[in-house]
Design a protein around this ligand. Sequence first.
Ligand SMILES: [Zn+2]
Ligand SMILES: [Zn+2]
Length: 409
Amino acid sequence: MAAEIHPRPQTRKPVLLSKIEGFQDVVNTAVIIPKEDGVISVSQDRTIRVWLKRDSGQYWPSVYHTMPVACSCMSFNPETRRISLGLENGTVSVCLLNIIHTHTSHQGGVTVVLFVLEMEWVLSTGQDKSFTWHCSESGQQLGTYQTTAWVSGLQFDVETRHAFVGDHSGQVTILKLEQDNCSLVTTFKGHTGNVTALCWDPVQRVLFSGSSDHSIIMWDIGGRKGTAFELQGHNDKVQGLCYASHTRQLISCGSDGGIVIWSMDVTRQETPEWLDSDSCQKCEQPFFWNFKQMWDSKKIGLRQHHCRKCGQAVCGKCSSKRSTIPLMGFEFEVRVCDSCHDSITDEERAPTATFHDSKHSIIHMQYEPTRGWLLTSGTDKIIKVTCAFVCICACARGLWEQMCKYCPV
Ligand SMILES: [Zn+2]
Ligand SMILES: [Zn+2]
């Protein structure tokens, strides 16, 4: 096999390439068709549209289909050009732009749909808190599993047939699927809000979960040590996650329009457990609930805080400074104790993520790796296609989207 050269594109400010407008309601899911200047959209306005780029640079709908009810989710497979549509009436339709078959999967709307080519399965979850999988050829139901809460994130590992199901209780359930039954493997609990997005990287065997608690957790499943890393870089609900495997970057977006591009090429550290103490672990002053020591020492108790770096319970006076700790996922300044503050070097403070503003409140995001394009759809009923990479390979010809002609990708 010929050696493959992977140029390392640098992240830059995403440049807006195109805007797609004209929807009556929000676009719930949209995907860029790889290698073509096309976008498929499904909207709350009940339409499924295929947009093709004209010479003028504008996208025009070449296919326009109105469904009986709103389309809540979609999964597109570029190889078979198959679209799996989840509708608000609980049905899943598999189409090749013409509908192949429709099956009722759920009572209530479909929340996530996922097509798995290798298994010929369509996985879906619904407002009825059920997870089902159907044969994508016949539409026959193969199996079902009742989840604890409404599901908004679903990923599947083809090699081991594990499904990752993220729900509104904040938990991620891992199921091992067989042809017609499944078994519960384990659950991950780490978020204090709903799980809003999941992203599985089958190469590193890492699962990313995003939540309404503004945080992202990276679950290192391949490492087999039960490690989980936090990524704190959003000021609002995390709405979407994509992993760019060729550049080893995680792309996350939030409902405040923020897009964060995280370098996953760095060795990250777990955040420490918060320690419990009745007095400050630095100056030994009692905390306010420690009446005995307060009485004995005739001192007024203090409020307890925690250093994000060492996890020690400290008073406000001993943790007066703030710092970013990017390798622990804290891209924003957090409370640290004075000794940790002094020990953090400028090198350790160097950010591992870049921050961008999409200028609309994001509902859905998709990353198209062959050109490095990012698609976002917002509450403003607009789809934006941006490019966030600069090619710095040997030829140095410029933009990522112009690179493919000259460089191996
Ligand atoms: Zn103290
Ligand atoms: Zn500390």
